[in-house]
Design a protein. Structure first.
Length: 123
């Protein structure tokens, strides 16, 4: 028997914990921003028929991205690069829209790139 746990059960505070991801992932996400449509893509990505508020969407996106990033860091077979890039595109888009709409800068999380993209190798 399987069950789904709502991602909000695992709260991640993006304001106090900025995302640091490999530069190549951030570059891929920035390249994909032009084709992103919030109304079309966000409901498919999050699995909801309606679009959430910006704050709600960001929270869910960060939580799902954290789960996918853990799979990447652990080198697991279930890691989905395409899904990870889509989540990063959505996060970048939501952050850009939030900044344009005047959301307080102190409330916006940060996203930055780092050099290494390789997961740790297991012996």
């Amino acid at each position: 028997m399987s069950f789904l746990v709502h991602p909000s059960v695992f709260r991640i505070d993006p304001v106090t914990r900025p995302l640091r991801r490999p530069r190549i992932l951030i570059r891929a996400a920035k390249a994909g921003l032009g084709g992103w449509s919030r109304g079309r893509d966000l409901p498919k990505l999050l699995g909801y028929s309606s679009v959430l508020s910006r704050a709600g969407a960001l929270c869910m996106l960060y939580e799902r991205e954290h789960i996918v990033d853990q799979a990447r860091r652990e080198g697991r077979a279930d890691y989905d690069l395409h899904q990870h890039i889509l989540l990063l595109i959505a996060i970048l888009s939501e952050l850009g829209d939030a900044a344009e709409s005047g959301m307080a800068e102190s409330k916006l999380p940060t996203l930055s790139a780092r050099e290494t993209a390789r997961p740790e190798h297991r012996a």
